[in-house]
Design a protein around this ligand. Structure first.
Ligand code: 3PG
Length: 260
Protein backbone atom coordinates (compact mmCIF):
# COMPACT_ATOMS: atom_id res chain seq x y z
CA UNK A 1 0.00 0.00 0.00
CA UNK A 2 1.46 3.43 -0.87
CA UNK A 3 2.12 5.62 2.15
CA UNK A 4 2.91 9.31 2.48
CA UNK A 5 4.78 10.69 5.44
CA UNK A 6 4.36 14.45 5.58
CA UNK A 7 6.47 16.58 7.88
CA UNK A 8 6.50 20.31 8.57
CA UNK A 9 10.16 21.28 9.11
CA UNK A 10 11.45 21.64 12.66
CA UNK A 11 11.16 24.97 14.46
CA UNK A 12 13.08 27.71 12.64
CA UNK A 13 14.86 30.71 14.12
CA UNK A 14 11.96 32.89 12.95
CA UNK A 15 9.26 30.56 14.31
CA UNK A 16 11.07 31.07 17.57
CA UNK A 17 11.29 34.84 17.26
CA UNK A 18 7.63 35.27 16.16
CA UNK A 19 8.28 36.60 12.63
CA UNK A 20 6.45 36.03 9.35
CA UNK A 21 8.90 34.00 7.32
CA UNK A 22 7.52 32.66 4.02
CA UNK A 23 10.36 32.54 1.47
CA UNK A 24 12.99 34.14 3.71
CA UNK A 25 15.69 31.52 4.06
CA UNK A 26 16.23 31.13 7.80
CA UNK A 27 17.92 28.26 9.65
CA UNK A 28 16.51 25.69 12.07
CA UNK A 29 16.76 26.54 15.77
CA UNK A 30 18.48 24.06 18.11
CA UNK A 31 15.00 22.88 19.13
CA UNK A 32 14.11 22.44 15.44
CA UNK A 33 17.10 20.14 14.94
CA UNK A 34 16.00 18.09 17.95
CA UNK A 35 12.50 17.82 16.48
CA UNK A 36 13.99 16.37 13.29
CA UNK A 37 15.82 13.73 15.34
CA UNK A 38 12.63 12.97 17.25
CA UNK A 39 10.69 12.64 13.98
CA UNK A 40 13.07 9.91 12.84
CA UNK A 41 12.69 8.12 16.18
CA UNK A 42 8.89 8.20 15.82
CA UNK A 43 9.10 6.71 12.32
CA UNK A 44 11.50 3.98 13.48
CA UNK A 45 9.43 3.13 16.59
CA UNK A 46 6.10 2.58 14.83
CA UNK A 47 5.76 -0.72 13.02
CA UNK A 48 2.97 0.48 10.71
CA UNK A 49 5.11 3.33 9.38
CA UNK A 50 7.36 2.43 6.47
CA UNK A 51 10.87 3.70 5.90
CA UNK A 52 10.68 6.19 3.00
CA UNK A 53 11.78 5.09 -0.48
CA UNK A 54 11.97 8.59 -1.91
CA UNK A 55 11.85 12.13 -0.56
CA UNK A 56 10.51 15.49 -1.77
CA UNK A 57 11.29 18.82 -0.17
CA UNK A 58 11.37 22.56 -0.85
CA UNK A 59 14.28 24.79 -1.83
CA UNK A 60 14.35 26.44 1.60
CA UNK A 61 17.14 25.72 4.06
CA UNK A 62 14.96 24.92 7.08
CA UNK A 63 13.24 22.08 5.18
CA UNK A 64 16.54 20.86 3.71
CA UNK A 65 18.18 20.80 7.16
CA UNK A 66 15.23 18.85 8.56
CA UNK A 67 15.43 16.39 5.66
CA UNK A 68 19.18 15.87 6.15
CA UNK A 69 18.91 15.17 9.89
CA UNK A 70 15.87 12.93 9.44
CA UNK A 71 17.29 10.81 6.62
CA UNK A 72 20.60 10.44 8.46
CA UNK A 73 18.83 9.18 11.57
CA UNK A 74 16.74 6.81 9.44
CA UNK A 75 20.01 5.57 7.89
CA UNK A 76 18.66 6.51 4.48
CA UNK A 77 20.78 9.52 3.49
CA UNK A 78 21.15 7.96 0.02
CA UNK A 79 17.53 7.87 -1.13
CA UNK A 80 16.58 10.16 -4.03
CA UNK A 81 15.58 13.58 -2.73
CA UNK A 82 13.90 16.01 -5.12
CA UNK A 83 13.74 19.72 -4.35
CA UNK A 84 11.21 22.12 -5.79
CA UNK A 85 9.98 25.66 -5.12
CA UNK A 86 6.49 24.19 -5.47
CA UNK A 87 6.96 22.76 -1.94
CA UNK A 88 8.17 26.12 -0.56
CA UNK A 89 6.24 27.83 2.23
CA UNK A 90 3.42 30.15 1.14
CA UNK A 91 4.99 33.42 0.09
CA UNK A 92 3.99 35.88 2.81
CA UNK A 93 4.50 38.95 0.59
CA UNK A 94 5.17 42.25 2.35
CA UNK A 95 4.55 40.62 5.76
CA UNK A 96 7.82 38.64 5.49
CA UNK A 97 10.31 39.76 8.12
CA UNK A 98 7.63 41.43 10.26
CA UNK A 99 6.84 40.52 13.87
CA UNK A 100 3.46 38.72 14.04
CA UNK A 101 2.28 40.59 17.15
CA UNK A 102 3.14 43.95 15.60
CA UNK A 103 1.13 43.08 12.46
CA UNK A 104 -1.79 41.94 14.65
CA UNK A 105 -1.71 45.21 16.61
CA UNK A 106 -1.35 47.36 13.50
CA UNK A 107 -4.10 45.78 11.35
CA UNK A 108 -6.43 44.10 13.90
CA UNK A 109 -7.45 40.50 14.52
CA UNK A 110 -9.77 40.10 11.52
CA UNK A 111 -7.26 41.18 8.89
CA UNK A 112 -4.43 39.32 10.65
CA UNK A 113 -6.36 36.04 10.68
CA UNK A 114 -7.61 36.61 7.13
CA UNK A 115 -4.00 36.84 5.94
CA UNK A 116 -2.88 33.89 8.05
CA UNK A 117 -5.73 31.43 7.65
CA UNK A 118 -8.49 32.36 5.15
CA UNK A 119 -8.30 30.15 2.07
CA UNK A 120 -8.34 33.15 -0.27
CA UNK A 121 -6.45 35.47 2.12
CA UNK A 122 -3.56 36.92 0.14
CA UNK A 123 -1.16 39.14 2.13
CA UNK A 124 -0.04 42.49 0.67
CA UNK A 125 2.41 41.69 -2.13
CA UNK A 126 6.16 42.36 -2.05
CA UNK A 127 7.68 44.86 -4.44
CA UNK A 128 9.82 43.34 -7.18
CA UNK A 129 13.05 44.44 -5.49
CA UNK A 130 11.94 43.96 -1.90
CA UNK A 131 14.88 42.78 0.21
CA UNK A 132 12.66 40.11 1.80
CA UNK A 133 11.26 38.68 -1.43
CA UNK A 134 13.50 35.65 -0.92
CA UNK A 135 14.03 34.74 -4.58
CA UNK A 136 17.60 34.02 -5.70
CA UNK A 137 19.64 31.91 -8.12
CA UNK A 138 18.47 28.59 -6.72
CA UNK A 139 15.13 29.07 -8.47
CA UNK A 140 16.61 29.41 -11.97
CA UNK A 141 17.47 25.68 -11.98
CA UNK A 142 13.83 24.67 -11.78
CA UNK A 143 12.79 26.33 -15.05
CA UNK A 144 13.97 23.50 -17.31
CA UNK A 145 12.39 20.75 -15.21
CA UNK A 146 9.13 22.60 -15.13
CA UNK A 147 9.11 23.01 -18.89
CA UNK A 148 9.51 19.22 -19.18
CA UNK A 149 6.38 18.75 -17.08
CA UNK A 150 4.49 21.32 -19.10
CA UNK A 151 4.33 23.60 -16.05
CA UNK A 152 5.22 27.24 -16.17
CA UNK A 153 7.41 28.70 -13.45
CA UNK A 154 6.01 31.96 -12.14
CA UNK A 155 7.53 32.81 -8.81
CA UNK A 156 5.17 34.60 -6.42
CA UNK A 157 5.21 38.03 -4.71
CA UNK A 158 2.72 36.90 -2.07
CA UNK A 159 0.21 34.02 -1.96
CA UNK A 160 -3.06 32.85 -0.46
CA UNK A 161 -3.49 29.17 0.44
CA UNK A 162 -5.59 28.86 -2.71
CA UNK A 163 -2.61 30.03 -4.78
CA UNK A 164 -0.42 27.44 -3.02
CA UNK A 165 -2.89 24.72 -3.99
CA UNK A 166 -2.69 25.84 -7.64
CA UNK A 167 1.12 25.75 -7.82
CA UNK A 168 1.48 22.59 -5.76
CA UNK A 169 -1.17 20.16 -6.96
CA UNK A 170 0.06 19.80 -10.58
CA UNK A 171 3.46 18.79 -9.15
CA UNK A 172 1.83 16.39 -6.69
CA UNK A 173 -0.30 14.80 -9.41
CA UNK A 174 2.42 14.60 -12.07
CA UNK A 175 5.67 13.99 -10.20
CA UNK A 176 4.94 12.74 -6.67
CA UNK A 177 2.05 10.47 -7.65
CA UNK A 178 4.25 8.63 -10.13
CA UNK A 179 6.13 7.17 -7.12
CA UNK A 180 2.93 6.47 -5.19
CA UNK A 181 1.50 4.53 -8.12
CA UNK A 182 4.53 2.24 -7.83
CA UNK A 183 3.52 1.50 -4.22
CA UNK A 184 6.40 3.50 -2.72
CA UNK A 185 6.54 5.27 0.61
CA UNK A 186 7.02 8.96 -0.11
CA UNK A 187 8.41 11.39 2.45
CA UNK A 188 7.44 15.04 1.94
CA UNK A 189 9.34 17.50 4.14
CA UNK A 190 7.77 20.89 3.71
CA UNK A 191 6.11 23.89 5.38
CA UNK A 192 2.94 24.64 7.36
CA UNK A 193 0.88 26.09 4.49
CA UNK A 194 1.95 23.37 2.07
CA UNK A 195 0.92 20.67 4.54
CA UNK A 196 -2.47 22.43 4.86
CA UNK A 197 -2.76 22.59 1.06
CA UNK A 198 -1.99 18.87 0.69
CA UNK A 199 -4.46 17.87 3.43
CA UNK A 200 -7.14 20.12 1.91
CA UNK A 201 -6.90 18.37 -1.44
CA UNK A 202 -6.37 14.80 -0.17
CA UNK A 203 -9.29 14.98 2.30
CA UNK A 204 -11.47 17.38 0.31
CA UNK A 205 -11.64 19.82 3.26
CA UNK A 206 -13.90 22.85 2.72
CA UNK A 207 -12.45 26.36 2.39
CA UNK A 208 -13.92 27.28 5.79
CA UNK A 209 -12.78 24.14 7.60
CA UNK A 210 -9.18 24.41 6.40
CA UNK A 211 -8.85 27.78 8.17
CA UNK A 212 -9.09 25.87 11.48
CA UNK A 213 -6.23 23.49 10.64
CA UNK A 214 -2.83 24.34 12.18
CA UNK A 215 0.27 22.26 11.63
CA UNK A 216 2.89 21.76 14.37
CA UNK A 217 6.59 21.78 13.53
CA UNK A 218 8.49 18.51 13.44
CA UNK A 219 5.78 15.88 14.04
CA UNK A 220 5.31 13.41 11.14
CA UNK A 221 1.88 12.68 9.67
CA UNK A 222 1.15 9.26 8.20
CA UNK A 223 -1.37 8.74 5.38
CA UNK A 224 -2.08 5.34 3.81
CA UNK A 225 -3.41 5.51 0.26
CA UNK A 226 -5.51 3.16 -1.79
CA UNK A 227 -3.29 1.64 -4.48
CA UNK A 228 -5.82 2.22 -7.30
CA UNK A 229 -7.35 5.60 -6.47
CA UNK A 230 -4.44 7.07 -4.46
CA UNK A 231 -7.06 8.44 -2.05
CA UNK A 232 -6.53 8.16 1.73
CA UNK A 233 -7.96 4.89 3.09
CA UNK A 234 -9.16 6.50 6.34
CA UNK A 235 -11.00 9.77 6.86
CA UNK A 236 -8.39 11.45 9.05
CA UNK A 237 -4.64 11.86 8.87
CA UNK A 238 -2.59 10.44 11.75
CA UNK A 239 0.17 12.25 13.66
CA UNK A 240 2.86 9.90 14.95
CA UNK A 241 2.64 11.74 18.30
CA UNK A 242 -1.02 12.86 18.50
CA UNK A 243 -0.87 14.32 22.02
CA UNK A 244 2.12 16.53 21.33
CA UNK A 245 0.67 17.48 17.93
CA UNK A 246 -2.49 18.81 19.58
CA UNK A 247 -0.58 20.95 22.06
CA UNK A 248 1.87 22.29 19.45
CA UNK A 249 -0.86 22.99 16.85
CA UNK A 250 -2.66 25.14 19.40
CA UNK A 251 0.55 27.13 19.97
CA UNK A 252 0.78 27.71 16.19
CA UNK A 253 -2.85 28.92 16.12
CA UNK A 254 -2.10 31.43 18.88
CA UNK A 255 1.08 32.84 17.33
CA UNK A 256 1.04 36.61 17.45
CA UNK A 257 -1.56 36.64 20.24
CA UNK A 258 0.94 35.28 22.72
CA UNK A 259 4.68 35.72 22.54
CA UNK A 260 6.24 32.33 21.74
O1 3PG B 1 6.03 31.52 7.10
C1 3PG B 1 5.79 31.57 8.31
O2 3PG B 1 5.84 32.62 8.99
C2 3PG B 1 5.40 30.31 9.04
O3 3PG B 1 6.18 29.29 8.62
C3 3PG B 1 3.93 30.01 8.88
O4 3PG B 1 3.28 31.00 9.53
P1 3PG B 1 1.70 30.97 9.88
O5 3PG B 1 1.47 29.83 10.82
O6 3PG B 1 1.49 32.32 10.51
O7 3PG B 1 0.96 30.83 8.58
Amino acid sequence: MPQIIILRHGESEWNKSNKFCGWVDVQLSANGKQQAVKSAELILEQSDVSIPDVCFTSRLTRANQTTGILLDKLRRPFIDTYKTWRLNERHYGALQGRDKTEVLNEFGKEKYMFWRRAYTGCPPLCDKDDEWRGVDDRYIIDAEDEAKMGLKEELPYGESLQMVVSRLIPYYNVVISEHLRKGRTVLIVTHGSVVRALLKVLYDISDDAISEVNIPNGIPIKINLDQDTLKPVSDKWVYLDPERAKVEAEKVRLQGFTKV
